[in-house]
Design a protein around this ligand. Sequence first.
Ligand SMILES: C[S@@+](CC[C@H](N)C(=O)[O-])C[C@H]1O[C@@H](n2cnc3c(N)ncnc32)[C@H](O)[C@@H]1O
Length: 338
Amino acid sequence: MGPSVQQTVVRMAQGYQLSQALYVAAELGVADALAAGPLDAHALAGAVGARADELARVVRALVTSGVFTETDDGAFALNDAAACLRRDAPGDTRAIVVDFGTEMYHAFGELLHTVRTGQPGFEALYGQPLFDHYTAHPDAEARGSARMRARSLLVAQDLAAAPLFDEAGIVVDVGGGIGTVLTAVLQAHPALSGVLYERTPVARLAGPYLAEHGLDDRCRIVEGDFFAQVPDGGDVYLLKSVLHDWDDDRCRTVLARCRAAMSPHARLVIVEIVLPDHTTDDPDLVPGALLDLIMLVYAGGRERTRSEFAGLLDATGFRLHGTTPLPSGPHLIEAHAR
Ligand SMILES: C[S@@+](CC[C@H](N)C(=O)[O-])C[C@H]1O[C@@H](n2cnc3c(N)ncnc32)[C@H](O)[C@@H]1O
């Protein structure tokens, strides 16, 4: 017999306890310490700089949820799920877990405040909007950028494989982060060159990232504010996971700046989750619904339906050309100048 409805609801309410246990393991580097083989609680605690009893209880809680295992003689070991938390694991899940467990975790404690007042929990707690806080706290910016990179890696591969860039010479990635998407796209299309448009602190992180991938001579980094202006001269303008950070007014400003920069032949490609018009308990809808809550609490933005995107585009001189779901989850939303 499965859990009762009461047990299911209580388990949901305990989600943050598991989330913090995962965060502690990721922050301490427990998976890295177990990479060479199982360790007992004392050896593990010594390796990560923690207390043996307390750490063992955290790891045991994770074992019951399928992350790490306990051997017959009481040592802890990696399994596939725990191996994802290693610093060198493909996909860098650790970066997501760590960022979810720090500012974001605390900001979610203000969700009730947000629902009552409309103020993002992040602003209520930290006294300033997300990106201002990031500018003032480079460590938080680096953590947020690492999470964003990890979340964008698969989508970047989907975009690189999409037939978007065949006739393009220059792609402008507006709010392109440290260059995760541009790197995949430029690697897949050797004749293409790129412009990465970003706030100064992220632009500075992007330089070394693009150089590391041998793309510094094919990609120009432009520092700026997309509410003020967007670089011109591109054939394709990318806005990936940018519009969902902002309310409708701010989105219309970014879109209008893109439209002003674009020549009549240029295309706009938005990559975002597209919410359904009607919500059900389909598990495929969970990532979008939770990302919508993150935007609510974190930045005052939102996820949107297809008709909401069409309305924003229509108001800013674009025509929605089509939406295509990507294998990794979000949709590719293509728009042309009207
Ligand atoms: C959610 S991240 C998306 C990053 C990247 N497009 C991706 O999907 O990996 C949003 C990005 O918008 C950038 N951004 C925020 N405000 C900006 C502004 N006013 N001008 C330019 N970029 C901005 C942030 O620095 C951040 O890197």
